[in-house]
Design a protein around this ligand. Structure first.
Ligand SMILES: Nc1ncnc2c1ncn2[C@@H]1O[C@H](COP(=O)(O)OP(=O)(O)O)[C@@H](O)[C@H]1O
Ligand SMILES: [Mg+2]
Length: 287
């Protein structure tokens, strides 16, 4: 029995006779010990708990005709044009997209997951969602992938084949690379040659694939600006009514203005309070 199934049993959930690992059912109680890293998993397809995601307000295939889905269509369109060189000017590593913000809690994980879901749902391309917020891997935890090997393990072991650790959910076109084990020197690992090589491999080995990095906040960590150097396109999430203007300016100042930089205004309360419209505005352009 895998540690995920054990965690589910502890949480009082039913384990099927022929269990399929659930990938986003977090342990129900803090009494459940965190699953240990470095567990080897066979080449399996994982069940993506879409009801759970929907309850958290995320985009799922059931919401394909919703306002939220429409907003993500608008946000992803220019990203996809740049990713595959269909824009006016070619964008180097345009298929590597980083989602960041100035501060924690502004909606980076929410945005990354929804963008990936939108692209996978509409089969634009294969999408690889990478949890590069290795210090606070919310995405990995939300999807119940704590026990999986991931980005940090791959950086520590150059022999490791990424294909062996990338998670395949039961949603065609979506792949997930969890954060992996925690490590005291994660910044150095993200800044390493190995990380640059991995980014190059991801950009070139799968030219028809979009890679979305759910990244740390720019002003609270040094990891974020390191990841920013690797990506061709950067989306900066700004929380409406909360992120101070100076914080946004300071965050933008950390980015290379030769890159394609987009801004997303998130959690607009005036909009969230109206049912007819969701919580996102996307604006986009070269700085
Ligand atoms: N547009 C939104 N509508 C509703 N909830 C949101 C929205 N954006 C973020 N959230 C919620 O706010 C919290 C923080 O978002 P998260 O994406 O984890 O932030 P970050 O990754 O920037 O730290 C989460 O509980 C998330 O589900
Ligand atoms: Mg996050």
């Amino acid at each position: 029995m895998s540690s995920i199934e054990r965690a589910m049993e502890h949480g009082g959930q039913q384990v099927q006779a022929k269990p399929q690992p659930k990938i986003n059912e977090p342990p129900a109680s803090p009494a459940v010990p965190p699953a240990s890293p470095n567990v080897d998993f066979p080449d399996e397809v994982c069940h993506l708990n879409l009801e759970f995601l929907e309850r958290q307000g995320y985009l799922t295939p059931k919401l394909a005709r919703s306002q939220l889905a429409e907003e993500y269509r608008m946000i992803k369109r220019p990203l996809l044009i740049n990713a595959f060189g269909r824009g006016a000017a070619p964008v180097e590593r345009g298929n590597l997209i980083m989602v960041t913000s100035a501060l924690p809690g502004e909606g980076k994980t929410f945005t990354s997951m929804n963008l990936a879901m939108s692209m996978a749902m509409e089969r634009d391309n294969t999408v690889l969602l990478v949890d590069s917020d290795v210090v606070k891997p919310t995405l990995t935890r939300m999807l119940g992938l704590d026990s999986r090997q991931g980005l940090i393990d791959a950086l520590l072991d150059p022999q490791m084949d990424l294909a062996d650790i990338i998670v395949k959910p039961d949603l065609p076109n979506l792949r997930i690379l969890p954060a992996g084990r925690t490590h005291a020197h994660s910044t150095e690992l993200l800044a390493s040659t190995q990380m640059r090589n991995m980014a190059t491999e991801l950009a070139e080995r799968y030219p028809d694939r979009v890679v979305i990095f759910d990244a740390p906040p720019l002003l609270a960590t040094s990891e974020a600006s390191v990841v920013a150097r690797l990506a061709g396109q950067i989306m900066v999430v700004v929380e409406e009514g909360r992120t101070p203007q100076q914080a946004v300016l300071d965050a933008l100042a950390q980015l290379d203005n030769q890159k394609v930089i987009g801004m997303i205004l998130n959690k607009d309360r005036r909009i969230l309070s109206n049912d007819y419209y969701g919580g996102y505005y996307g604006s986009y352009g070269q700085q």
